[in-house]
Design a protein around this ligand. Structure first.
Ligand code: GAL
Length: 745
């Protein structure tokens, strides 16, 4: 009895603790679509507003397809016990969860702050930057703020602007709490980035006291290797940081070939509070390149009769390498020094060409099938696009530099071919109506010639609307003329982006969605060169069902990607219903890669994806037979990013001639297994862990259709793991992947 009584007291005590430290605002929200700044005021009668959940978008709560403004309101008491029980008593924080897209936050009618765009123009138009719907919204105010009504009813009003897609407060649990030490002792993981020096990897972490008081305690930093369970202690020191003070912690350790974490533990001396934090460091799986020659990349290539052909044999090995190609169709010639094959073939047919690459260490040969017919782009395009790095600040020098780096760093030797300018190159039209480049591009034809001489191909961007998404001149009413101009400039690839065509289309019916794309296709088909046709309209009208029929070689299936796990995983793991529509000549495009230094503008930062997430990104895209377009500044490729982009066995999965798209064959909890059938009868699988902690996985091979004994090969590490029958066990790191190839014995 005494025990039960004590238990009740304890429970009550801990319950009051919970109540005292957080006010949960999950329930009680009211919503109204539209916009009126007076809705911020406390005395607004919101009794007739509808009730809404903050855990899902307003679209899923009766406001389908609604984009634009909406207001959320909630009434709640802010107890003074929150402040009284806190160690630090100066700030109160309002956590709203995630908001799609922009928000303004009002307390009792007073504007407190907003999370929206750098492009903000006026109060009634607040727009955001890329991926802005992802971060959690938190507003912190002083506990002395005159508008907090302690122990009385307060009213929060949130004004939201949704640009498109889902809208509103859509994820996370809104709450009010006091800001504690963990908010003020900031372990800044992005003040520096990992640098590779020989076999070492280095980074400096900055610890910052942003509170008004001295923070003292013990900080330990350890590097943990996940699979071998090794732990290296880096630092264990007492720190005493004055308000505003910072301390640097340089960290250096051996580059590893398994998931590696830098773990921080801070013990606050006065409150005994413990702050844990972790940073994931890059690790390298791709083995060093051999000096003996290897021929990589696509094994099948398509060209239309009498259209310009350009193919560079992607080969690695000690230079110089000399090339040979036996069985080339009439009209094509090989430059034996560069491995570049050029010309035109008149006769339709399938030509099996034996390619050879030779150096002092040895020789490699491979069959390349050249299909002269109606289809091009028989494997997904591989290249670079300016958007995810330079955004609208792209210029000729950056494009040319990327091409040079493709050569210097050897990307071209792994099959990376296209150098594509995205939005931001156009100035307007000349007197003849011809599109002209802006001052950042001197002469487009000269640029494309330089790329072609290097054995690379050249891509460009436009919109069927009057303006592109970036506000530059689009092709509207000049479609055929633009197609001709592109051919004159030597363009090999066009990304054609819906953008302002939204204002031209009568509605979103299929004929209206197809119309502008059909028109440009007509122009492209009149040219003397093949131009890969990339449709970009974010998946509208299930484009995968009709994209190929109107001449598309690839089509975007979703909105824009960002360099965050939420964006990557939401896009990557939802590519299921379109799988049957991918194949040689026509591919689903889940958007460009966000590894390396990205930024969508002049200022770049290292991808916010962790190393595990970047392995997941590349593995999943290869399984999906997705176009691989590098979106980073290639002049800043480090060892880790190069390892991601130059693993020939990984790339071979993407470029497999069968052209199948992977499908999910197993889903349970955080684990998903995706399987792709390959031309040689073997299968590639990705075992993905979408959870926040490493997980042990037992794969029941026969459930996935693998009967009998199979050899399992680790694709990233390019080594056989062994022969398995029945089950295969492994551990998959948080947000990570095991990328395997299974071949029947
Ligand atoms: C978006 C497109 C991006 C990029 C951008 C340029 O619509 O999805 O990939 O091309 O426009 O403004």
């Amino acid at each position: 009895m005494k025990f039960i009584f004590t238990l009740i007291i304890l429970l009550l005590f801990s319950w009051s603790e919970v109540v005292a430290s957080t006010v949960n605002l999950e329930k009680g929200w009211k919503f109204k679509a539209g916009d009126n700044l007076t809705w911020a005021k406390p005395d607004v009668d919101d009794s007739k507003w509808e009730s809404i959940s903050t855990g899902q978008s307003w679209e899923s709560q009766g406001h389908e397809n609604y984009d634009g403004f909406g207001w959320y309101r909630i009434r709640m008491v802010i107890p003074s016990s929150l402040k009284e029980s806190a160690y630090l008593k100066d700030s109160l924080q309002f956590i709203l969860g995630k908001v799609d897209d922009d928000d303004q936050f009002y307390l009792n009618g007073v504007f407190i702050g907003q999370n929206n765009s750098k492009h903000q123009t006026s109060d009634s138009a607040f727009r955001n930057g890329n991926g802005f719907y992802l971060p959690e919204r938190k507003y912190t105010i002083s506990t002395n703020h005159p508008d907090i009504l302690w122990d009385k009813e307060n009213i929060i009003a949130v004004r939201i602007f949704d640009q498109g897609g889902g809208g509103g407060m859509y994820a996370g649990i809104p709450s009010i709490s006091m800001a504690d030490i963990s908010q003020y002792l900031v372990i800044d993981k992005r003040a520096d980035f990992y640098k590779f020096e020989g076999n070492y990897i280095k980074k400096t972490f900055v610890v910052r006291n942003t509170s008004n008081v001295v923070l003292n305690g013990n900080l330990s930093i350890a590097v943990k290797l996940e699979e071998s369970r090794k732990e290296i202690s880096i630092a264990d020191s007492d720190i005493d940081l004055k308000s505003g003070e910072i301390k640097e912690f340089p960290v250096s350790f051996d580059v590893s070939n398994e998931p590696t974490k830098v773990q921080f533990t801070f013990k606050h001396r006065d409150s005994n509070l413990i702050i844990n934090d972790v940073d994931e460091s890059p690790y390298i799986l791709t083995p060093k390149l051999s000096e003996t020659p290897a021929i990589n990349g696509a094994r099948v290539v398509g060209v239309r009769p009498n259209k310009i052909f350009l193919f560079t044999i992607p080969a690695t090995g000690l230079c110089p390498i000399t090339f040979d190609a036996k069985g080339l169709p009439d009209g094509l010639i090989l430059d034996k020094k560069t491995g570049i094959i050029t010309g035109k073939v008149a006769k339709q047919g399938e030509y099996k060409v034996t390619l050879t690459a030779k150096n002092i260490k040895g020789e490699a040969s491979n069959i390349l099938t050249i299909k002269v017919g109606t289809q091009i782009m028989l494997t997904p395009p591989m290249g670079w696009n300016s958007w995810n790095c330079w955004g609208l600040s792209v210029d000729e020098e950056k494009v040319l530099q990327s091409a040079k780096i493709f050569k210097e760093k050897g990307l071209i030797n792994h099959g990376w071919t296209y150098i594509n300018i995205d939005d931001g190159w156009q100035a307007g039209r000349n007197a003849d109506g011809e599109i002209v480049p802006n001052k950042n591009f001197t002469h487009v034809r000269t640029l494309s010639d330089s790329l072609h001489q290097m054995g690379l191909k050249f891509g460009i961007y436009s919109s069927p609307g009057p303006l592109t998404c970036g506000g530059y001149t689009g092709s509207y009413r000049h479609e055929i003329q633009d197609a001709k101009t592109y051919a004159k400039w030597g363009v090999d690839y066009l990304k054609y982006d819906w953008c302002s065509y939204a204002t031209i289309a009568k509605d979103r019916s299929l004929p209206e969605l197809m119309k502008p794309y059909l028109l440009m296709n007509k122009g492209l088909m009149q040219n003397d060169r093949d131009i890969v046709y990339s449709l970009c309209q974010y998946g509208m009208g299930d484009v995968w069902k009709w994209g190929a029929g109107i001449g598309g070689n690839l089509w975007r299936t979703t909105g824009d990607i960002g360099d965050m796990w939420e964006a990557l995983s939401a896009i990557g793991f939802s590519q299921t219903q379109n799988a049957d529509y991918a194949g040689p000549g026509h591919w689903n495009d889940p958007d460009m890669l966000t590894v390396g230094w990205v930024g969508w503008g002049p200022n770049l930062h290292p991808s916010r994806l962790t190393a595990n997430e970047q392995y997941t990104h590349i593995s999943l895209w290869c399984l999906l037979s997705a176009p691989l377009l590098i979106g980073c500044d290639v002049s800043r490729l480090d060892d880790f990013t190069l390892n991601l982009l130059t693993n020939d066995e990984v790339i071979a999965i993407d470029q497999d001639p069968l052209g199948k798209q992977a499908i999910p064959v197993y889903k349970s909890g955080n684990i998903q297994i995706w399987l792709k059938e390959l031309e040689d009868g073997s299968k590639a699988i990705g075992i993905f862990n979408l959870g926040a902690d490493p997980e042990k996985v037992t794969v029941h091979l026969s459930d996935l259709g693998f009967k009998g004994v199979h050899t399992i090969r680790d694709i990233w590490q390019q080594k056989d793991i062994g022969e398995f029958k029945g089950t295969y066990e492994t551990t998959v790191s948080n947000h990570g992947v095991k990328f395997l190839k299974l071949t029947a014995k």
